[in-house]
Design a protein around this ligand. Structure first.
Ligand SMILES: Cc1cc2nc3c(=O)[nH]c(=O)nc-3n(C[C@H](O)[C@H](O)[C@H](O)COP(=O)(O)OP(=O)(O)OC[C@H]3O[C@@H](n4cnc5c(N)ncnc54)[C@H](O)[C@@H]3O)c2cc1C
Length: 392
């Protein structure tokens, strides 16, 4: 087995969290490698066809998430948005009836994958596609080696610090860090793109996993009763086949209704929302809206309703058991209700940026100088606390 030994930061997974982490770490002047099992960046946000970049604002005209979260939103619409422009968001001024007037966009997945890849390359990140991180080895409470499989066979990377941006907390799981799985399981989804005489359109087939309290009674019903953990190879394959069949049936119904539509893209990774998350030094709860956290690394809003703002404590990104490991994206340490909020794209970018800088700074998260991390985040455009904005 070949051993490679030249990177400061290894980012595992190239979704929005991994892109943000790799970019942030590289901008700190570190040598960064990003392992991605697909052959494109963006994860669920590109290969999964989930192309709605949910709000950076609280719904009342105040921006909440900044830094790379905003940079990637703007990157995603470099050549135009598929729907919604950020320039229009402020017009909502908090009107509850103007549901769509939030600082969000719908973007083209293929373009975002290419643009984010160029951005990482320009910033010196080495991207290794087709590379599945399959295991990790620890010594004295730190990950020493990552095992990666790709076309070259099985490779071993010695690492200083690791960002787990796999979405499924795979790396934490491999090394026996404390994790928890999503008890309710995921519903079946079949989001796909079709084109017709009027253009190229996203079709959002499937329900939410956790019903939205503001829309109770108006929620879509799950497509089938079965729920999916997202952590079992056979079950995932069955889910993907059911998703494909649902797409076909949905499209046939479109045709029967007289639409001249063709399926243009189906997802190439399973459309799974919540699988496994870290049990970190702190578990953030949905009840902690508008709460000041001294170790905040950024803020997020609630895509489900206007108003709530959460400061994200650094302690939700690491555990004391594995000191050089930090998580980002849809597997950070939050309670089950908040998980459905923190898993979305802008939140993944917020935690990704913080994780990337932290991983660049240290190989021991428990000893990291949080003030120094916060200074670096501020220099990179992040606003940490609600009392530093015009929110209060
Ligand atoms: C049906 C559905 C609808 C959604 N709707 C929205 C929406 O409208 N707006 C919104 O903002 N969010 C939405 N989401 C959620 C959002 O898309 C994701 O939660 C978010 O994009 C997750 O980003 P991430 O980087 O944490 O993880 P992912 O996007 O899952 O990225 C993880 C990446 O890591 C790679 N990977 C995984 N394991 C390994 C490994 N062991 N080795 C190497 N690579 C690995 C994967 O290939 C993937 O590219 C939706 C999700 C679903 C399923």
């Amino acid at each position: 087995m070949t051993t490679i030994n030249t990177y400061d930061v290894a980012v595992c997974g190239g979704g929005f969290a991994g892109i943000s982490a790799a970019l942030a770490a590289a901008r700190e002047g570190k040598r960064v490698i990003l392992f991605e099992k697909q052959y494109m960046l963006g994860g669920l946000g590109t290969a999964g066809l989930v192309t709605i970049y949910l709000p950076l604002c609280d719904g009342y005209g105040h921006q909440v998430s900044f830094g790379i979260a905003e940079e990637l939103l703007r990157l995603s619409i470099t050549y135009g948005a598929e729907a919604r422009y950020p320039e229009n968001w402020i017009d909502g001024k908090g009107s509850r009836t103007e549901k769509d007037k939030r600082f969000m966009v719908q973007y083209n997945p293929q373009l975002f994958a290419i643009l984010s890849e160029q951005l990482l390359i320009e910033n010196g990140v080495d991207i290794l596609y087709g590379s599945y991180v399959v295991d990790a080895e620890c010594e004295d409470g730190k990950i020493k080696r990552l095992f990666v499989e790709n076309k070259s066979g099985r490779l071993s990377y010695t690492v200083r610090s690791v960002v787990d941006a796999t979405g499924d907390c795979d790396i934490a799981h491999f090394v026996g860090a404390p994790t928890e799985t999503f008890k309710q399981g995921n519903v079946l989804a079949a989001w796909y793109y079709f084109s017709d005489g009027e253009g190229y359109k996203l079709r959002q087939v499937g329900a939410s996993d956790i019903p939205d309290e503001e829309r109770t009674g108006k929620e879509k019903k799950p497509l089938i009763d079965r729920r999916f953990s997202g952590l079992d190879g056979k079950e995932l394959s069955e889910m993907v086949c059911l998703s494909h069949k649902t797409t076909l049936d949905n499209w046939l119904r479109l045709r029967e209704s007289g639409k001249d539509a063709v399926i243009s893209t189906v997802a190439t990774i399973p459309q799974i929302r919540m699988t496994r998350k870290l049990v970190g030094e702190y578990e953030l709860s949905h009840t902690e809206e508008h709460k000041y956290f001294e170790d905040s690394v950024g803020m997020v809003s609630n895509w489900k309703k206007r108003g709530p703002v959460y400061e994200v404590p650094f302690r939700t990104l690491y555990c004391k058991e594995i000191k050089n490991l930090i998580v980002a994206g849809r597997c950070t340490s939050v309670n089950e209700t908040l998980w459905d909020v923190m898993r979305v794209i802008p939140c993944c970018a917020v935690t990704g940026q913080a994780a990337g800088i932290a991983a660049a700074m240290t190989d021991d998260m428990t000893a990291l100088d949080v003030k120094e991390l916060q200074e670096k985040l501020k220099k990179n455009g992040v606003v940490l606390h609600e009392n530093e904005t015009n929110l209060t």
